[in-house]
Design a protein around this ligand. Structure first.
Ligand SMILES: Cc1ncc(COP(=O)(O)O)c(C=O)c1O
Length: 390
């Protein structure tokens, strides 16, 4: 596209966002008359429980809530995160200093790099991984050092493979479990080692945990803050988006190390002016109210996961059964780069999946299914995949 305005040089290193780029292809395919079934994006399709929506809309009736809110979040919202962490993980947080409101965790992830990463600083980033770890780093002038997540390591990074020089230059290490896109989970021993490394090498351990409550069967995902000494080095990003089906509300929080949160707040006070208070009221109700409904929601995701796993086996692709998260990460034998493969699939079947290349450089032979699509559409999509590969 020609433009009359000169872009800032930093735009040259901004990685493409797959879903931003995908819009044009989706429009083309839709125009050709094919019904599109989107199993690409990780957006929950179901609404939050009614009591949460009622709490939010009831709060909006109060004439005093329409002005600016506190930048770090309404007191009842920060208290609700502290209550949730106590109930869910046995982690005690000071709501005044150890909880900071975010306009979605994506914003906080991007902005953390602006606060701590300077030219030439290293950020250790899981690959495949959520693209904002990379874009935030690059826009801050930092250097992305990829930590490959490989099937043979259960999609955990190999901490021993990181060089002494990279550890010395590292300002932040990103981790994310239950993981997007691989569906892998991590235990407390893994987090303990990460906390030790953060102490040893003086980097911020940033754990991105939006899928902590999307788990299957008896599996319960831990928080990094359960580890002794974690608060001295770690922040955890948590979000209403996936756990509570509230992605459009743009409501999240960073919790943990008070100094990091204070500095993130200094930056954010120049960028945004807090969330709409009724959203925080509704979020506080979600965090502290009954969590029962999440189980039925997770059962629905599990049903979709199983449908997808059966289809993957039937058509000769390969995937591990995820214990948590919203995704199935599949390898397509014989396809070296799924980027063109998923386009062909979309054109020929209307089923949209996300190629491995959207998450980094290490897994171009994989693709991702999202579980955030209505069950009947997942059923239709899996049937189309079976027909297509027959
Ligand atoms: C790993 C990961 N982190 C963060 C986010 C962003 O979530 P939010 O809606 O809180 O910005 C996503 C969304 O897909 C994600 O997959």
């Amino acid at each position: 596209m020609t433009t009359q305005f000169q872009l800032a040089p930093r735009m040259e290193s901004l990685p493409p966002n797959y879903f931003f780029e995908l819009r044009q292809l989706l429009a083309e395919v839709a125009a050709s008359g094919v019904e599109i079934l989107r199993l690409d994006i990780g957006a929950p399709d179901m609404p939050p429980a009614n009591f949460i929506i009622e709490s939010m809309s009831g709060a909006a009736d109060d004439a005093t809530v329409h002005s600016y809110s506190p930048i770090n979040g309404a007191p009842e919202y920060r208290q609700a995160w502290a209550t949730y962490y106590q109930n869910r993980f046995g982690v005690t947080l000071d709501p005044a200093t150890e909880v900071f409101s975010l306009l979605g965790s994506k914003e906080g992830i991007f902005n953390l790099a602006q606060v701590y990463v300077g030219a030439g600083d290293v950020v250790l980033v899981p690959d495949p991984g959520y693209i904002t770890y990379t874009s935030g780093t690059l826009m801050a002038g930092g250097v992305v050092v990829r930590m490959p997540l490989l099937a043979e390591n259960k999609f955990l990074p190999d901490f021993d493979a990181i060089s002494a020089d990279d550890y010395a230059r590292a300002k932040i290490m990103w981790l994310n479990y239950p993981n997007n896109p691989t569906g892998a989970t991590a235990g407390l021993d893994f987090f303990k080692r990460a906390v030790e490394l953060a102490h040893q090498h003086n980097f911020i351990l940033a754990h991105d945990a939006p899928y902590a409550d999307i788990t299957f069967g008896d599996y319960r995902a831990p928080s990094v803050l359960e580890i002794d000494g974690a608060k001295e080095v770690a922040v955890e990003f948590n979000s209403m988006s996936k756990t509570y089906n509230m992605a459009g509300w743009r409501t999240a929080a960073a919790v943990g190390n008070a100094e990091v949160l204070r500095n993130l707040g200094r930056w954010k006070s120049n960028v945004d002016t807090g969330s709409f208070r009724p959203l925080m009221t509704g979020a506080a109700t979600a965090l502290t109210g009954s969590q029962e409904w999440l189980m039925a929601r997770n059962d629905e995701y599990q049903l979709r996961r199983d449908m997808i796993m059966e289809t993957i086996a039937a058509i000769g692709w390969e995937a591990n059964v995820p214990e948590g998260g919203m995704y199935v990460w599949a390898r397509v034998p014989g396809v070296e780069n799924t980027a063109t493969f998923v386009q062909q699939l979309l054109r020929e079947t209307g089923v949209s999946l996300t190629p491995g290349a959207a998450f980094g450089t290490t897994s171009p032979d994989y693709l991702r299914f999202s579980l955030g699509t209505p069950t009947k559409k997942v059923r239709a999509a899996t049937q189309r995949l079976r027909d297509w590969s027959a």
